[in-house]
Design a binder for this molecule. Structure first.
Ligand code: FAD
Ligand code: UDP
Length: 385
């Protein structure tokens, strides 16, 4: 039985990917009485949310880049609290541009500092409005959206260079939705996210995902790449790997960005906060993360503090896909791959890679829970006389 109260004959399920999406689907199906085998090619669970202690210093590191949990969804918030002790955390990001340090997302302090003013919220709104472009139709691109929302000076200082480094293309080719992720504030609130629940798991994301997978109905196989189609020993396949890879990229690859991390360490506090963005295009990295600031409850680090410079580049066939690019060509191919995915019998595609969607962790959990419910419902209906 699952949460919906449906009684379904047990099935054998193979889940490809032990990231958040795969783990959440696996757990929901195991809770409903099915036998689940989860397989991942990496030697660890948690996918890109993986956390591990830095061998040299013992600091908990977000191995594939900084991850802050935030959500407005009460079901998802209750879910993560079942499997981890979530410690409230307000993410605050600084940005270096033109030799100065600003606060992000763009707020009243950023605006006043950049323009050398002391404006009130109303004055700042009017000031920016006078500098923004206008348009009747929906914004065509990231650049269009930025010029309408914040105007040329803020766009050039904080967004154009960073975005070109991060995405490898001009912002006029990127969807406006990428910029919509960031709030614009006319007060001094400098929290990076707006959601009511913002936290980090005390023992890291990997411990949380390991607990999600800890169920007698789940078998875990790590270090095993999946190839091919529905395995013979399974009735159903849940695939959370890259959608194009499942089809051997035979319609061409979907574009992704991958990341390289360059470790360095300094004594004590290196940069005074967890994340500093570097917005100038002539600085090759996008940001530096100092991970000790993600676990302030562990106390001050006396010795070295590990930091990682982050560089973004085009993703090759053997690189780890981090960010779905979703350019025009990608979206056309996505349509074709999605049609084929829908026609696959007994296979469900889910997750950031499986659906080629820019999903935060909370959305990944939400979709995984919905997917598991839909699978179980379909089986219940099949079983009806
Ligand atoms: P993944 O984590 O990518 O997991 C997929 C798993 O499938 C991987 O373990 C992979 O090894 C495995 N796999 C793939 N193909 C195969 C195969 N053929 N055979 C076997 N195994 C396979 N979200 C937030 O909410 N807050 C943040 O601050 C945040 N920061 C982020 C920062 C970065 C740099 C990135 C890249 C993402 C960030 N996210 C953040 C998003 C977050 O990482 C995703 O929401 C989450 O990882 C999605 O989980 P997933 O299981 O769908 O995918
Ligand atoms: N961005 C930027 N400058 C910054 C921070 C963000 O130009 O200092 C842009 C960039 O294109 C990024 C997008 O805003 O991809 C969304 O920001 P977010 O912090 O959500 O980045 P992501 O989660 O994609 O790393």
């Amino acid at each position: 039985m699952d949460g919906s109260g449906l009684r379904v004959a047990p099935r054998r399920v193979r889940v490809v990917g032990a990231g958040l999406s795969g783990a959440v689907v696996a757990r929901a199906l195991a809770d409903a009485g099915h036998q689940v085998t989860v397989q991942d090619e990496r030697p660890h669970v948690a996918g890109n949310c993986h956390t591990a202690r830095d061998p040299a210093t013992g600091v908990m590191v977000h191995v594939y880049g900084p991850h802050i949990f935030h959500t407005a969804n009460p079901e998802v918030w209750a879910y993560v609290n079942r499997f981890a002790e979530m410690v409230p955390f307000r993410h605050r990001v600084k940005a270096v541009a033109g030799g100065q340090v600003y606060s992000l997302p763009i707020n009243l302090h950023t605006i006043n500092q950049l323009f050398g003013r002391a404006m009130s919220p109303a004055e700042a709104r009017a000031f920016l409005r006078a500098r923004c472009e206008t348009g009747e139709e929906a914004p065509r691109s990231f650049e269009d959206q930025a010029l309408r929302l914040v105007g040329q000076t803020i766009y050039t200082t904080f967004f154009r260079g960073y975005t070109r480094k991060q995405w490898g293309v001009d912002p006029d080719q990127l969807p406006a939705s990428i910029l919509k992720r960031l709030p614009l504030r006319f007060d001094y609130d400098d929290a990076y996210f707006d959601h009511p629940h913002q936290a980090l798991p005390r023992d890291g994301y990997t411990a949380m995902v390991a607990r999600i997978l800890d169920h007698p109905g789940i078998r875990l196989r790590l270090g095993q790449p999946f190839r091919g189609r529905l395995p013979q020993d399974a009735d159903h396949l849940v695939y959370t790997g890259p959608l194009d890879r499942y089809f051997d990229r035979d319609l061409g690859p979907l574009g992704y960005r991958t990341l390289d991390f360059e470790r360095f360490e300094g004594p004590g506090d290196v940069q005074g906060t967890a994340v500093v963005n570097y917005c100038d295009e002539d600085v090759p990295h996008t940001r530096i993360t100092e991970h000790r600031h993600f676990s302030p409850w562990e106390g001050r680090v006396q010795g070295a503090s590990p930091c990682f410079r982050e560089y973004s580049r085009a993703c090759g066939p053997n690189d780890i896909p981090y960010y779905p690019l979703r350019l025009l060509d990608d979206r056309r191919r996505l349509g074709q791959y999605s049609e084929r995915a829908a026609a696959e019998r007994d296979v469900t595609f889910v997750g950031r890679l499986g659906t080629y969607a820019y999903l935060d962790m909370d959305r990944a959990i939400e979709r995984a829970l919905d997917t598991a419910r839909a699978i179980n419902l379909a089986w219940a209906q099949e079983g009806k006389p």
